[in-house]
Design a protein around this ligand. Structure first.
Ligand code: LLP
Length: 442
């Protein structure tokens, strides 16, 4: 491999003739077609990431269940399905997306700590590959539902290995004080219990210790504990056939030195290689983050006494990561800044009435004027999926490019559609709205 893969992905969003392109499509052209703000994704970047992940495991061919929560657009899930991916889903909605996008049920795993009876029924009826169970009450519920449907649920127990993932507290999931998984010390007993309950076939164990991990040591720790558990359970005469190692592999947003996928694969291989288990993974961010931009237009530039505020038309409701996790997203201007240009600090903020609606503080940026387009990078994961209509702002469009082609894969809804979600109850609907009281009017 001559150039690092990450460079190749970033080359899919690069300057040509002084302006930013997404693959072979000028970003400015998309802005003219769909308006701003919008998300734009590169098919080649998604594909490159997936192929690299799969290639890192080579002949072992693990089940790669794309974590749909990272970017659940049907076109994106379909693209991964065509590459051979399965899906990791955490709700009936995601299950429906995966099935609609063409992911075969036998490649779907259902994760999450709070599956409802209805969700379990949907998963069992679809005949998915496995259900990852996170507590004893959930196990009993699944047993009752599977039994009632006359089905056998393939069950994997998610264990909590009590490992610090060394990531942001809000996305760390592997410590015993976190709500996730079954206590490591109880996992063997719960597995034995599952074996005795009707409608269940316990087939293995899972871990997922957090997201945006940039150090492999927590993985080493968690994986080793899991291997230890597999051996202990097998020693009691029970079969363990599957291991699901979750997702969480981090990317470089700022200066992070993210682990190489190949080193991560090698780590998994070194721990589970000799155990004769089939491996599954649930990568989300690593497959999608770098494949997306959020493009926004400058509305105003406000030069306050001590700060330059660049006010853009995207806001925290469109990309919440900076507000929620103090996350960093690099900013590219759509016009390539001339080499001689001076970069000066600016705060890039959205129009929402909260100070938290801030994308960047003291960011070095060239001079910007109303109408200019800028793009937040690494927005392909946990961007559009986490957006809301806060401040009655419309969800922003998503556009997928493939070479010189581009397609809107989610259109901007209309204000009529937004307002139509609400209903005024009959008792408020009758009679006219009171007129404001005016003095002197009879
Ligand atoms: N599997 C399970 C059980 C998960 O809970 C998650 C993510 C994944 C797989 C995929 O993890 P990934 O490979 O994408 O790290 N909104 C946050 C990230 C939340 C991750 C939640 N679970 C963010 O914007 O950073």
């Amino acid at each position: 491999m001559s150039i690092p893969e990450l460079t190749r992905v970033s080359e899919l969003f690069s300057y040509r003739n002084g302006e930013l392109y997404a693959e072979d499509v000028p970003v400015r052209q998309i802005a003219a077609q769909v308006g701003t703000p919008f998300y734009v994704y590169s098919s080649a970047a998604f594909s490159e990431r997936y192929r690299r992940f799969a290639a890192a495991f080579g002949a072992e061919r693990p089940l790669i269940c794309y974590a749909v929560k990272a970017n659940s657009n049907l076109a994106v899930v379909r693209l991964f399905a065509t590459l051979g991916a399965g899906a990791d889903v955490v709700s009936e909605g995601e299950l429906r997306r995966a099935l609609t996008a063409g992911v075969p049920p036998e490649r779907i795993v259902f994760s999450g700590i709070g599956k409802t009876a209805q969700e379990m029924t949907a998963a069992l009826t679809a005949g998915i590959h496995q259900i990852n169970v996170e507590s004893v009450p959930e196990l009993h519920q699944l047993s009752a539902i599977a039994n009632g449907l006359g089905r056998i649920a393939p069950v994997v127990l998610r264990v909590n290995p009590d490992v610090d993932a060394l990531t942001h507290a809000k996305i760390a999931t592997g410590k015993k004080e976190n709500k996730f998984g079954i206590d490591f010390d109880e996992a063997a007993a719960v597995y034995r219990l599952a074996k005795t309950l009707p409608g269940l076939a316990p087939v293995g164990f899972a871990v997922h210790i957090g997201s945006q991990l940039v150090d492999l040591e927590p993985y080493r720790h968690a994986f080793s504990r899991l291997a230890e558990l597999v051996r202990a359970v097998r020693d009691t005469g029970l079969a363990v056939d599957r291991i699901d190692l979750g997702g969480g592999l981090g990317i470089r947003y700022r200066g992070e030195c993210a682990p190489k996928i190949e080193d991560y694969a090698q780590l998994a291989r070194s721990i589970f290689g000799g155990l004769d288990v089939s491996l599954a993974f649930e990568p989300g961010r690593i497959l999608t983050a770098s494949a997306g931009l959020l493009v926004t237009r400058v509305i105003y530039v406000k030069q306050a006494k001590t700060r330059r505020f660049v006010i853009v038309d995207a806001a925290m409701n469109d990309l919440i990561r900076p507000a929620l996790y103090d996350a960093w997203h690099d900013i590219m201007t759509v016009d390539k800044p001339p080499l001689t240009v001076e970069f000066k600090p600016a705060d890039v903020v959205g129009p929402v009435c909260e100070t938290g609606d801030t994308f960047a503080v003291d960011r070095a940026l060239p001079s910007l004027a109303p109408g200019d387009l800028i793009a937040f990078t690494a927005a392909g994961a946990y961007g559009a999926v986490m957006s809301s209509t806060y401040n009655s702002r419309l969800l922003v469009p998503e556009v997928l490019v493939a070479g010189a082609r581009s397609a809107v894969i989610r259109a901007r809804p209309s204000y009529e559609a937004l307002l139509a979600l609400d209903q005024i109850p009959a008792w408020l609907d009758q009679g006219a709205v009171a007129q404001p009281h005016r003095r002197g009017v009879a």
